[in-house]
Write a new protein. Structure first.
Length: 412
């Protein structure tokens, strides 16, 4: 026969294990888990916040407790993160079910690697090249999720050289495409010239993981014209309404002053005529560009006015485009490994990745086509951009709402 002491101990086990009574499913009706100790009679389910009676067999002990739902899953946002040494990012823990009464307190921990540090609030700091795994655990019910973070060393082999964009103006290109962190609301240039966010699966960019616009981010690099809309919508807006976007830009070609947010106000966007001069009119223009595959990424190489080919591993640069259109034709003109490209960019070569374009949250022609916005309007609905694919380099125009790459320049 059970003693009062053993009954009380068993009840304590129940209250401790169930906190006070374990509710496992995620709708308004919750399953109540019985304690391991035999002999307890408990209702199989109850509504959230109901008071239910639990009793030991034979009505020897009766207790009324309140049903409290517990976390059933926790998910780290973003689901994928690639960082550069020195950067910070803030992780979020999404608790399910997201209803009143669920304990949403969590504990963050670094569980492998030393490439990052993480504090109690989920703030990550990238401290060295490599990988690290961080884990979040709910303080109630011990649900966990983990995120592997890749940290890259800053690329410092790109050397600025002069490019003529008019008969009187020369510019330097930025070391990579413009990128925006949706979570941190900060800007940066891509770490490598071939880096782009891209799509998912086989269309994923060379950023180490998929961070497309329909996912959690954090980095994006396909922007509506002007980057920051005239109505104050953030740069990650996916509105497909042209009227939401800027209707004009400053004569200086400033891309909506976006660079003053952290990149530097000296950086500008080339105008339509400047892109056209660069690819068509400057001295030896036809010999100073060519399609290529660099580190497995398709794109367009632009060479500075004064060019001396380093011929990495004996590879001589070939100007022009391929004989056909398609992802497999870029490399028929030029193909460089990452190590070979270091020598090319150290001599001033610029590479624009074929990042495709975005309309709404859908991505198109990733790896096939490349587009870079200009600062020039075409009409009230569209704006001009540089466009290229394996068999073509030219200029075109597109709806202002469409997401395009942005490659900035600064004056000499």
């Amino acid at each position: 026969m059970k003693t009062l002491h053993s009954i009380t101990a068993a009840l304590a086990l129940l209250l401790l294990a169930a906190n006070p009574v374990l509710a496992q499913n995620t709708n308004e009706t919750h399953t109540i888990t019985k304690p391991a100790t035999e002999g307890w009679d408990i209702p199989s389910s109850a509504q959230k916040d109901d008071n239910v009676n639990i009793k030991y067999t034979g009505d020897k002990y009766l207790k009324s407790v309140k049903v409290v739902p517990l976390p059933t899953t926790v998910t780290i946002t973003p689901k994928c993160l690639t960082m550069i040494v020195g950067e910070t990012a803030t992780l979020a823990a999404d608790i399910y079910p997201d209803i009143t009464g669920v304990d949403k307190d969590v504990t963050w921990a670094l569980t492998s690697g030393n490439a990052v540090t993480i504090d109690a609030d989920g703030k990550v700091t990238a401290v060295s090249e490599g990988t690290a795994t961080v884990t979040v655990t709910t303080n109630t019910n011990n649900k966990t999720d983990a995120l592997v973070i890749n940290v890259a060393a800053p690329s410092n082999t790109f050397v600025e050289k002069a490019f003529s964009v008019s008969s009187t103006k020369k510019v330097y290109f930025s070391k990579g495409n413009l990128q925006y962190n949706v979570n941190e609301q900060t800007w940066r240039f891509a770490n490598h010239q071939w880096d782009y966010v891209g799509g998912s699966g086989s269309s994923a960019g060379n950023m180490g993981c998929n961070t497309n616009t329909s996912a959690a981010g954090p980095w994006i690099d396909l922007f509506g014209w002007g980057t920051w809309t005239k109505n104050g919508i953030a740069p990650n807006s996916t509105s497909t309404t042209n009227a939401d976007y800027k209707t004009g830009v400053e004569s200086s070609g400033d891309f909506e002053n976006v660079c003053k947010e952290g990149i530097g106000s000296e950086w500008k966007t080339l105008s339509y005529s400047e892109w056209d001069y660069l690819r068509y009119t400057r001295t030896n223009a036809s010999k100073l560009l060519g399609v290529a595959t660099v580190n497995g990424v398709n794109g367009l190489i632009l060479l500075p006015d004064e060019w001396s080919d380093p011929k990495p591993d004996g590879k001589e640069f070939k100007s022009g485009v391929a004989s056909s259109y398609g992802v497999d034709y870029y490399k028929t003109v030029n193909e460089y490994t990452a190590a070979q490209w270091v020598q090319m960019e150290s001599a001033g070569a610029v590479f624009l990745p074929a990042a495709g374009y975005r309309y709404g949250t859908s991505l198109y022609y990733v790896g096939d086509d490349g587009y870079c916005w200009s600062s020039s309007a075409n009409d009230t609905n569209s704006a001009r951009n540089l466009r290229f694919h394996s068999g073509y380099v030219g200029t075109s125009y597109y709806n202002r709402c469409g997401g395009r790459s942005v490659r900035l320049v600064r004056g000499l």
